[in-house]
Design a protein around this ligand. Structure first.
Ligand code: ADP
Ligand code: ZN
Length: 782
């Protein structure tokens, strides 16, 4: 008997108490998942504590009882639970929902189960005796060999008997079954993402040397520092600031080796799934099979199995994207955050955590070493490093003294253009193809054209539910692209136009990239009914067509979300690039980062301005990062590379300094303006977003939030409240969005402000109608 305090996965910021029967009592331990009645239904919860008495007051009526203990034991240790409590508190998210993030999604709903298969296994006491094999040898040699094989392997999958042992083997197996020497059992098989992708991966890493290379002097210095910290076995955060191609990954690999040799475990975070195959390949080349991979591209079953392999201690290295920060590794010795500045580390819904920041806290609690690697550190991390809170390790040169590629800026401002590619870029592509080298073209906008506009009245097609224009997607470009091509109308910049008439009538559609709404454009403007609809601007689809037209003999491939929706498809494209089967790869930011292909000598940035124009204080930083990352894909092998950047703003410091490879100058300038405006790294932000269907209610609540904040923060001199104002994306999925932003001098003040803002709706009926969401340390203010 006794009680259990349970965090239930519901959006309520409190825990619940249950009674525990004598029978269940031994298994209802702290950290265990349990099934409990909740209202009229059943819910999954986590045992937070086992109080002997329950706190007084607050309980009307009778407590309900815990119904069942789930899993084969507690999933979380007390340490892990403490970390999740910290996360829930910091991001001001209900603990029950925070814990939900701790386990793979399918598991939470009890949907995924271990996968099993039927095998023939030796029966203990008789079939597992090698003596029996010897006895069988004379009379039934076939049975003897089968039994021997089964003994050697432990078992043989029933489905494979025929393939492995042949028809004779099948008969022998049946005989052994009859004799009771072997029996049918069910054993678990692990669904492994590595085995699925192994074919393509070996291609992607084909150029990796088999043994570890000797370190460059800069790598060696970094390595020595890190090993020192590993030996000290205390929390030690490093910023590994190294230009693209300087061999940061090699430093990670060596450090992890040291940690593994000391019997500890390693967690490696990488930004996006597109980055994982190549990196995972390099890890596997170095560490063999002892790696688990976690990312959103896995099936539920695969993720569940990888997760359990980690938890059981079968592997000592876990590599994965954002949510891998929760990987249940024990005895963590090192955390690597590759491309630590990357925005994808921030979860943008539900528990809005930042994986890097959570990782650092996790490492701190575990006394582990952290390596945050980047060529373009976030200003927060850079600030921590220059102020001495993190140790900075510099890799200023590329491996083998390869030069960083020269970057040429091409202004496309005020020019009438027939093509999204300038003469310069066209010429450079032609030369690259002529030398049988490869080029990467970067355009951070998918679809065919970002805007459909009426030439006559200026009407722009907008999503009915979101405050953004709908993106035009053309029908498949593969077949006979030429014949149905729309004619091109070149008009005033900034844009390239196409007559829509030729494309309409079921041949193409408009898509909202926020809510997925689709529509077929008519030939006439819905507002003024004139047949003057034009496509404005360029997306990746349009660029692909342009490349195919300009370079009919080149093998062109496009990598964006539309071409990689099928699982494994991005690995496929990268493998083809590695094998030299692609001459021109174009794509969105998926191709900007991490890729290491020595054959790529030209990088073209088709439009550097896509991030620059964002209404966000990180716009310049994001632009600098993207330009540097994408430029860094050029000239990584023995052949020299070059980069061409097209922009409407050649003079902008983010563009000019990225072209000059001068991160320090950029950071110094950017951080100064952040200081003036009281933005991170000089403040902590909490963005309070109010959204709902009814505009007036949203606005009123936003005002209330502002008032509440003013009262709550009175007397705190380190807080500044901005707003309320409609968010730059003022409507998404039919919900109006307003925001109030708090810039706070400390996380205590930020937290205090968050509490106050959330309190505005307290006592009101909670429904979908109106919501207040906190974004602590927001990465995007859109
Ligand atoms: P980064 O992550 O800094 O962009 P990488 O780790 O991808 O750089 O290294 C760039 C290339 O140099 C890779 O092909 C890698 O195998 C190779 N490399 C790294 N370190 C060395 C070294 N010490 N000697 C030789 N080659 C190296
Ligand atoms: Zn929409």
């Amino acid at each position: 008997m006794g009680f259990a305090e349970v965090a239930v996965g519901v959006p309520l910021d409190t825990t619940f108490h249950y009674t525990v029967s004598a029978a269940l009592s031994p298994s209802v331990t702290v950290g265990r998942r349990v099934r409990v009645p909740f209202g009229k239904r059943r819910a999954t919860g986590w045992v937070i504590s086992r109080p002997e008495t329950i706190p007084e007051g607050g309980f009307d009526g009778e407590l309900k009882a815990v119904e069942a203990a789930l899993d084969d034991g507690p999933l979380l240790s007390e340490d892990e639970l403490a970390l999740y409590k910290w996360i829930a508190d910091y991001y001001q998210h209900p603990l029950g929902l925070t814990l939900k993030a701790a386990v793979p999604a399918g598991m939470e709903k009890e949907r995924v189960r271990p996968k099993t298969e039927r095998v023939f296994a030796p029966v203990a006491g008789t079939g597992d005796d090698p003596g029996v094999v010897r006895m069988l040898r004379a009379k039934a040699p076939a049975q003897a060999s089968v039994l021997e094989a089964i003994q050697a392997n432990g078992n043989i999958p029933a489905a494979d008997v025929k393939a492995l042992l042949g028809p004779k083997g099948v008969a022998a197996t049946a005989a052994l079954l009859k004799k009771g020497l072997i029996a049918v059992r069910r054993v678990e098989v692990l669904r492994s993402p590595l085995s699925r992708a192994s074919g393509t991966q070996s291609d992607i890493v084909a150029h990796e040397p088999s043994g570890p290379p000797p370190l460059t002097p800069e790598q060696a210095t970094a390595h020595t520092e890190i090993v020192c910290a590993i030996d000290a076995a205390t929390f030690a955060p490093f910023l590994l600031q190294g230009v693209t191609g300087s061999g940061k990954t090699e430093v990670y690999l060596r450090a992890i080796r040291e940690v593994i040799d000391r019997g500890k475990t390693a967690l490696v975070l990488v930004p996006e799934i597109a980055l994982t195959p190549q990196l995972v390949g390099r890890f596997r080349a170095r560490f063999g099979e002892g790696i688990a991979v976690l990312h959103s591209g896995l099936s539920d079953g695969e993720r569940y199995d990888e997760w359990r392999r980690i938890r059981r201690g079968d592997v000592s290295i876990a590599v994965g994207a954002r949510s891998a920060v929760f990987a249940p590794l024990k005895n963590l010795g090192i955390l690597v955050v590759d491309e630590e500045h990357d925005g994808s580390y921030k979860q943008e819904e539900g528990l809005r955590y930042h994986a890097r920041d959570v990782g650092v806290v996790r490492a701190q609690r575990a006394g582990a070493v952290v390596i945050m690697g980047s060529a373009t550190p976030s200003l927060e991390t850079w600030h921590n490093a220059t102020s001495g809170r993190y140790k900075r390790l510099m890799l200023s040169k590329r491996v083998g003294d390869r030069p960083l590629p020269p970057v040429e800026i091409v202004s496309i401002a005020g020019k009438r253009r027939k093509s999204p590619l300038s003469e310069k870029l066209q010429e450079a592509i032609r030369e690259t193809l002529g030398r049988r080298e490869q080029a990467i073209l970067f355009l951070n906008r998918r679809g065919y054209a970002p805007t459909v506009i009426c030439d006559d009245c200026g009407h722009v097609f907008k999503c009915q539910d979101c405050s953004v224009s709908m993106i035009f997607h053309a029908p498949g470009l593969a077949k006979k692209a030429k014949s149905r091509e729309p004619s091109l109308f070149i008009e005033d910049e900034p844009g390239l136009e196409t007559n829509l008439g030729d494309l309409a009538g079921g041949r193409g559609w408009l898509k909202c990239h926020y809510c997925g709404r689709q529509a077929h454009p008519k030939e006439n403007c819905p507002q003024c009914h004139q047949p003057e609809l034009r496509l404005l601007g360029v997306g990746t689809q349009r660029l692909e067509r342009e490349l195919k037209e300009l370079y009919p003999d080149a093998r062109v491939a496009r990598m964006d979300r539309d071409t990689t929706s099928r699982r494994g498809s991005h690995e496929e494209i990268l493998a083809r690039l590695a094998r030299g089967e692609i001459d021109l790869l174009l794509g969105t930011q998926m191709i900007a980062k991490g890729l290491d292909f020595p054959g790529v000598t030209l990088v073209g940035v088709v439009l550097a301005d896509t991030t620059l124009n964002l209404a966000d204080f990180r716009a310049a930083e994001r632009t600098f990062q993207l330009l540097t990352q994408v430029s860094g894909r050029a000239g990584r092998g023995d052949l020299p590379g070059k980069v061409i950047v097209q922009t409407f703003h050649p003079e902008h410091y983010a563009v000019a300094l990225a072209a000059a490879h001068d991160f320090e100058a950029f950071a110094a300038r950017e951080v100064e303006s952040r200081r003036e405006l009281f933005y991170p790294p000089y403040s902590r932000l909490v963005n309070v977003r109010i959204h709902g269907v009814e505009r007036s209610a949203v606005e009123r609540t936003a005002m209330d939030v502002r008032d509440r904040l003013d009262i709550a923060l009175k007397g705190r001199t380190d807080a500044k409240v901005v707003g309320p104002a409609p968010a730059p994306l003022s409507m998404i999925r039919g919900r109006h969005r307003w925001q109030v932003m708090v810039r706070a001098g400390s996380s205590a003040t930020a937290r205090w402000a968050g509490r106050a803002a959330l309190g505005v709706l307290e006592g009101q009926k909670k429904g979908d109608a109106l919501r207040i969401e906190l974004d602590v340390d927001p990465q995007s203010l859109l």
